[in-house]
Design a binder for this molecule. Structure first.
Ligand SMILES: [Zn+2]
Length: 200
């Protein structure tokens, strides 16, 4: 399965306790975070690497949000964007050296990966229907040599999604305003007609 630390909350809690004990209170949240990151860097997963890189660039997110389809690894509400970090084997990363079907039980593995891929598609469709943008990051893209390049690409996409989201919000706001204005004008017309009729 994708490597997600199930004890994330616990780790974070331990991190906070340790940080509070050892640090004077003049640390910024970002510094505190990087201290915490150092504390559990022994179990650094690809997902965490991406998360910390985003945090350092100022992005704030929710993790493993159960309220959204597929329980996305990273959720950036402000940018209406979710990120999934996919294991290359389990999700069948095309043309990737980490996706090699085992020689034994081949059919079983092929079917299993295919099911995962179908589920991924389904999740993507559901999220899209709710107006969320989905970014897929493969684990191999978070290996040391490719990390920076991947983070740059993801950041670019997040920002682009955020701009599109705000533009769409602005459109909706304008449409609402227009509707209210028209309704007000209509009422005023009706009112003046009524008054005219009365005065006859
Ligand atoms: Zn891969």
């Amino acid at each position: 399965m994708p490597t997600i630390c199930q004890n994330e909350r616990f780790c974070a809690l331990v991190g906070i306790v340790v940080s509070l004990r050892n640090m004077p209170d003049n640390h910024t949240p970002a510094q505190r975070h990087s201290n915490m990151a150092a504390i559990h860097s022994a179990s650094t997963t690809p997902e965490r690497k991406l998360r910390h890189a985003l945090w350092r660039q100022g992005f704030r997110y929710r993790v493993n949000d159960k309220r959204l389809p597929g329980r996305p690894d990273i959720v950036l509400p402000k940018y209406r964007t979710v990120i999934f970090v996919h294991g290359c084997f389990w999700h069948g990363h095309k043309d990737c050296k980490y996706y090699t079907i085992p020689k034994t039980n081949t059919e079983f593995w092929v079917a299993k990966v295919a099911r995962n891929q179908e589920r991924d598609q389904e999740v993507w469709r559901k999220l899209e229907a709710k107006g969320w943008n989905t970014i897929i990051v493969w684990e191999c893209q978070l290996k040391k040599a490719k990390l920076d390049e991947t983070v740059d690409r993801v950041v670019e996409e997040i920002i682009k999604n955020g701009e599109a989201y705000r533009a769409a919000q602005e459109e909706r706001r304008k449409a609402r305003e227009e509707y209210r204005r028209e309704r007000k004008e209509r009422k005023e017309r009706e009112q003046s007609l009524l008054e005219e009729v009365k005065s006859l």
